[in-house]
Design a protein around this ligand. Structure first.
Ligand code: KE4
Length: 453
């Protein structure tokens, strides 16, 4: 029963674009009525109609400790008694900055902002300032938030000038962005070779999470590091999703490749609005007021977000067993989906790194945007709704990663695998192979927005 969500959605659509404050939440890609969530606790969501769901969305990666973790809740509650915003520095900003600088290998100095988008746009501005160059390189299927520089599709050839992937993005802006192929170093070399004025930065999700979860191929991240160093470009790891999710030291620690700049978000705010960018001291000292590169924000370093984020990061730093647990759950899913793939009437592929993963309806391995885009969204949509009907909430798009937490338990994952096996066993081999049905194509086009096709 979803009558209350339906009524809320009807009201919401009158006053909010698409009835939501972020497009993917509208279920446009998967169809159906978005569930209006009333509360979340542990590994579970509860919607306005009282339906409970085992949550694999995790607020898009935020909830590595689960929802409403006592340490985070109590820290935010204490902070709330002291006021909500001061417009001045506050003690917890210092504590969380010191902890981020201690934990993230590539960060000596860090600036907090209010979203991942603010973090990535600021990191790109800094890279352009310190190199004196304008061109940046991103990857097809890579998502870094909605700043103009990132809403860019590949031009006629991968290495040529980017073209806007959203109305409202000036061509003059998009042309400074080249689009390469994830896991394809030659395509990155081409972008460097095609750029007469040189490249300011390469920005990459070190583990792709916005084309579904796609791990870096062996040698890809070291190759990016070498290319950027050789050409005097900055390497920016966008760890908004992977930071504190694929391990305490993020993807850069897991793969032992240190970027020049790192962007963070999600986990570091404990669920409150946050973003951060940081890097080597000599780079970050160029940021105002130390240096001339301007960036500011009314609510940057907000005391509630800093208190909640500091509590979350302290808990993660003091409890390494969190990552042991999420890794064990990940291996359980690996084994489970291997078994499903062995008997499934349709081809499925499971990708995973740490506590994030994605299931693709694809024959070939999913290693980049083209192979992700070729997977069947129609079959994913069947899985999504079958799981939702069984009280398991997957992210509502085949381009998103699934997230689990320190408080998901093995029996719940076993139930998830049983449900997935049952649904997949019934998927008709003729249905939606490679996203051909009309709804799939429409949904896919919607889901693709902002990810550059
Ligand atoms: P925000 O501006 O949404 O805080 O962060 C943008 C961003 C930057 N970099 C990466 C790697 C990201 O994944 C994101 C945002 N992630 C999406 C989910 N894939 C947010 C969910 C949404 O757009 O509604």
């Amino acid at each position: 029963m979803t009558s209350r969500s339906e009524k809320l959605f009807g009201r919401a659509r009158r006053v909010l674009p698409g009835g939501v404050n972020s497009p993917v939440r509208a279920f446009t890609s998967v169809g159906g009525v978005p569930r209006f969530i009333r509360s979340a606790r542990g590994a579970y969501l509860e919607d306005a109609d009282g339906n409970r769901y085992l949550d694999f969305m995790g607020s898009w990666g935020v909830a590595i400790l689960g929802h409403d973790h006592p340490a985070v809740r109590e820290a935010a509650a204490r902070a709330l008694t002291r006021g909500t915003s001061f417009g001045a520095p506050s003690p917890d900003e210092v504590g969380i900055a010191e902890l981020v600088a201690e934990l993230v290998p590539g960060i000596e100095v860090v600036r907090f902002v209010n979203s991942g988008t603010e973090a990535t746009m600021s990191a790109v501005r800094l890279a352009r300032a310190v190199t004196g160059r304008s061109r940046i390189v991103k990857f097809r299927g890579g998502y870094h938030g909605h700043a103009d520089a990132f809403l860019v599709a590949a031009g006629s050839g991968a290495a040529t000038l980017g073209v806007p992937s959203s109305p409202g993005v000036p061509a003059a802006t998009a042309q400074h962005t080249s689009v390469a192929e994830f896991n394809d170093l030659a395509s990155v070399e081409d972008c460097f070779s095609a750029s007469e004025e040189g490249v300011a930065a390469v920005i990459v999700e070190p583990v792709a999470g916005n084309m579904g979860c796609v791990p870096p191929a062996d040698g890809f991240l070291p190759g990016l590091r070498e290319l950027c160093t050789r050409h005097g470009a900055l390497l920016i790891f966008d760890e908004v999703m992977t930071g504190f999710r694929v391990g305490l030291t993020g993807a850069q620690g897991r793969y032992d490749v240190i970027p020049d700049l790192t962007t963070l978000g999600k986990v570091i705010g404990g669920g409150l609005p946050v973003g951060a960018y940081g890097g080597r001291e000599e780079l970050m000292r160029e940021i105002a007021p130390d240096g001339p590169v301007y960036q500011a924000g009314t609510l940057s370093g907000n005391p509630l977000a800093m208190a909640a984020g500091l509590a979350a990061l302290r808990h993660l730093a003091e409890h390494p067993e969190v990552y042991e647990h999420t890794e064990n759950l990940g291996r359980l899913l690996d084994r489970g989906f291997d078994e499903i793939a062995a008997t499934s009437p349709v081809p499925v592929r499971w990708n995973r790194v740490g506590a994030m993963g994605s299931l693709f309806f694809s024959e070939p391995p999913v290693i980049d945007w083209p192979s992700s885009e070729a997977s069947s969204s129609e079959r994913f949509n069947q899985l999504f709704h079958g799981m939702l009907d069984r009280g398991i909430y997957l992210p509502p798009s085949s381009y998103e990663a699934w997230f689990w937490s320190a408080v998901h338990e093995e029996p719940e994952l076993a139930r998830t695998l049983e449900a997935a096996a049952e649904i997949i066993s019934r998927i008709d081999n003729q249905s939606g192979s490679t996203g051909t049905t009309e709804r799939a194509v429409a949904g896919r086009a919607h889901a693709r927005k902002g990810r550059t096709s």
